[in-house]
Write a protein that binds this ligand. Structure first.
Ligand code: NAD
Ligand code: DAU
Length: 357
């Protein structure tokens, strides 16, 4: 379908001021400028309006600060904006924070998703077509042994952290609303993303920023845990594909087939920073690597089998991990005015709780 033949969509993007939601919003507004895009975001510590800079002046764009658990607000936005497509990113997303305080994860991830599904169920009666895309994670499948096959869409759920358990609960709700009410829900389970606008507490931005500040690089446990990394823009193109071509009621796993041990990833980042940054306080950056106490319940390995989305919908990632990490390091080097204000008192207090004072 060419862009000329395509019927314009009216999207509600929840969590659109966060890392992936803001990348998706920018991707969508650039690719489909004729579409209406409404972002609903509570602006928690992880949400940042600066992530949407350049979009807010567009006539087809609207930002609303609000909570997905606020049913009256969600009802009024769906009706007033005649939303036909929900792209649901809003969540508490950090495993370490879910260990410190799981309550917010149950509230936003489970109750918030339930609230959106209920609101969309009532609104959907008035639509000819519609889609509810529930953006989820590979963590719902639990942890793999070194020689296990990668997670497929039929791998049983076995979440191990309060974060992944809350996401698993929300996935089950999205699935149930298709089976019970024929609500056109689609679920994606994606591996670890990285790229621009990634909040400083997650592994890749944390390492980039600590290298620039000459601070220790905390690697949990023995550093042998494996994650399967996907450049965030490739995740956005997968979600675009699922919204346009996915089958309601289906789940699609999304991943880049890039399994890397944490310690190897950190060493790659150190190498890139040593090459690309001119004024590092400590060289070589690898000398900053410090092994620290492991994350409780730390999943050993994640890996995604993305065969279904590739063969049924024709999606492919376009960026290799080497290219993506280089672009990401470049972005953190040239966007210090974005990340420096995020190292707030709240961030320092969180940092002290996880890594010690
Ligand atoms: P993030 O933490 O960067 O952003 C979450 C956003 O949701 C923030 O802008 C925050 O303000 C907003 N939010 C939180 N609670 C809210 C509420 N009650 N009402 C409205 N807005 C609220 O998260 P992210 O990394 O961008 O992840 C987005 C989604 O993708 C999540 O659902 C996550 O589970 C999923 N996911 C993330 C990854 C990853 O690697 N980051 C991988 C796979 C799936
Ligand atoms: O797999 C998808 C998930 O990826 C998403 O659902 C989550 O929202 C997202 O946060 C991410 O979860 P992880 O726990 O894998 O990401 P994080 O960046 O926190 O950690 C990546 C790996 O690095 C993990 O094995 C823990 C380790 N780590 C992390 C931090 C912050 C360290 O060794 N040191 C650290 O300081």
């Amino acid at each position: 379908m060419t862009n000329e033949e395509r019927r314009p969509h009216r999207l509600l993007v929840t969590g659109g001021a966060g890392f992936i939601g803001s990348n998706f919003t920018r991707y969508w507004c650039d690719r489909y400028p004729e579409d209406r895009v409404v972002v609903l975001d509570a602006l928690t510590y992880a949400g940042n309006r600066d992530n949407l800079s350049g979009l807010e002046d567009r006539s087809n764009f609207r930002f609303v600060r609000g909570d997905i658990c606020d049913r009256a607000l969600v009802d009024s936005l769906l009706a007033e904006e005649q939303i036909d497509t929900v792209a649901h990113f809003a969540a508490e997303s950090h495993v370490d924070r879910s260990i410190l305080g799981p309550g917010a994860f149950i509230q936003t991830n489970v109750v918030g998703t339930f609230t959106l599904l209920e609101a969309f169920r009532h609104h959907y009666n008035t639509l000819e077509t519609g889609r509810f895309l529930h953006v989820s994670t590979d963590e719902v499948y639990g942890s793999l042994e070194p020689n296990d096959p990668a997670f497929s869409e039929t791998t049983p759920y076995a979440p191990n952290s309060p974060y992944s358990a809350s996401k698993a609960g929300s996935d089950h709700l999205a699935r149930a609303y298709y089976h019970t009410y024929q609500l056109p829900t689609l679920i994606t389970n994606c591996s670890n993303n990285y790229g621009a606008y990634h909040f400083p507490e997650k592994l890749i931005p944390l390492m980039c920023i600590n290298i620039l500040l000459g601070k220790p690089l905390p690697v949990y446990g023995d550093g042998q845990n494996v994650r399967d990394w996907l450049y965030v823009v490739d995740h956005c193109s997968a979600l675009d594909t699922v919204i346009h071509r996915g089958k309601p009621g289906e789940t699609y796993n999304v991943g880049g087939n890039n399994e890397v041990k944490n310690i190897d990833l950190v060493r790659m980042l150190c190498g890139l920073m040593d090459e690309m940054a001119s004024d590092l306080p400590v060289r070589p950056s690898e000398s900053l690597i410090t092994f620290v106490k492991d994350r409780p319940g730390h999943d050993r390995r994640y890996a995604i089998d993305a065969t279904k989305i590739k063969t049924e919908l024709g999606w492919q990632p376009s960026v290799t991990v080497e290219e993506g990490l280089r672009k990401t390091v470049e972005w953190y080097l040239t966007h210090q005015d974005w990340w420096k204000p995020l190292l707030s008192d709240e961030y320092q207090a969180y940092y002290a709780k996880v890594y010690g004072g």
